[in-house]
Design a protein around this ligand. Structure first.
Ligand code: 13P
Length: 248
């Protein structure tokens, strides 16, 4: 069975000192979680929180990763650098990166491959805009996004990675997808993985829901058969809120 994974995407929030306080508060609140627990602070906080997370059940994630080993890529961070800091997961292809920073399906694929090569589990984000949903384009879009993101990645790696279904219209808006909508689109994503890799890989890959997921709706979302966890934005910034999602 797939072990659910609930990850907090802090986005551009929390200074190193604030990050230390947040994880220190979080540790006792999530120590008995049945799911995997991940926090993804800004790069600049990773070194500050890592020693605090040592020996706990909270894993460290980054919010991005570059595909090159090193070189003239100002402002970027390599997978090996993250690995050295004890990072286990890296979000790739978040819709905010696609929208504001020119991320494409091709660069998402390159980032995911670089993460895997370094032993970091990518959390590959896909999801449609409101107009795409209204035009009936959701299934084709997420299928294409997943197919391109996984290009040249072998089944053994796909079985380890995480896909996050994040409808753009539900991010930061307080408008959650219904549990049926989330479950249906995640089933479409799993079907795409099945047609590319077969049943064993499709039933192993973990697919999260993200988009205004919080303490009030986590239980019902997590009750759905296809939903293997959550990628949490706003509700991951307070220990009490995030712990309620984790302990859904
Ligand atoms: P919110 O939970 O704030 O809607 O953000 C979701 C998200 O984008 C997580 O990556």
């Amino acid at each position: 069975m797939r072990k659910p994974v609930i990850a907090g995407n802090w986005k551009m929030n929390m200074s190193p000192n604030e990050a230390k306080i947040l994880v220190t508060e979080l540790i006792p609140l999530v120590k008995d979680a049945k799911c995997e627990v991940v926090v993804c602070p800004p790069y600049i906080d990773l070194a500050a929180v890592k020693p605090i997370l040592e020996g706990t059940n909270i894993k460290l994630g980054a919010q991005n990763v570059h595909w090159a080993e090193k070189g003239a890529f100002t402002g970027e961070v390599s997978a090996a650098m993250l690995k050295e800091l004890g990072v286990s997961y890296a979000i790739v292809g978040h819709s905010e990166r696609r929208q504001y920073f020119g991320e494409t399906d091709e660069t998402v694929n390159k980032r995911a491959r670089a993460a895997l090569a370094a032993g970091i589990i990518p959390i590959v984000c896909v999801g449609e805009s409101l107009s795409q949903r209204e035009n009936g384009e959701t299934d084709a879009l997420v299928t294409a996004q997943v197919t391109l993101a996984l290009d040249s990645i072998p089944a053994s790696d796909v079985e380890r990675l995480v896909i996050a279904y994040e409808p753009i219209w539900a991010i930061g808006t307080g408008k959650t997808a219904t549990k049926e909508q989330a479950n249906e689109t995640i089933a479409v994503i799993r079907a795409a993985v099945r047609s590319l890799y077969g049943e064993a890989t499709a039933s192993a890959v973990r697919i999260q829901y993200g988009g205004s997921m919080n303490a009030a709706n986590a239980t019902e979302l997590m009750s759905m058969g296809e939903i293997d966890g959550g990628l949490i934005g706003g509700a991951s910034l307070k220990a009490a809120d995030f712990s309620k999602v984790v302990n859904y």
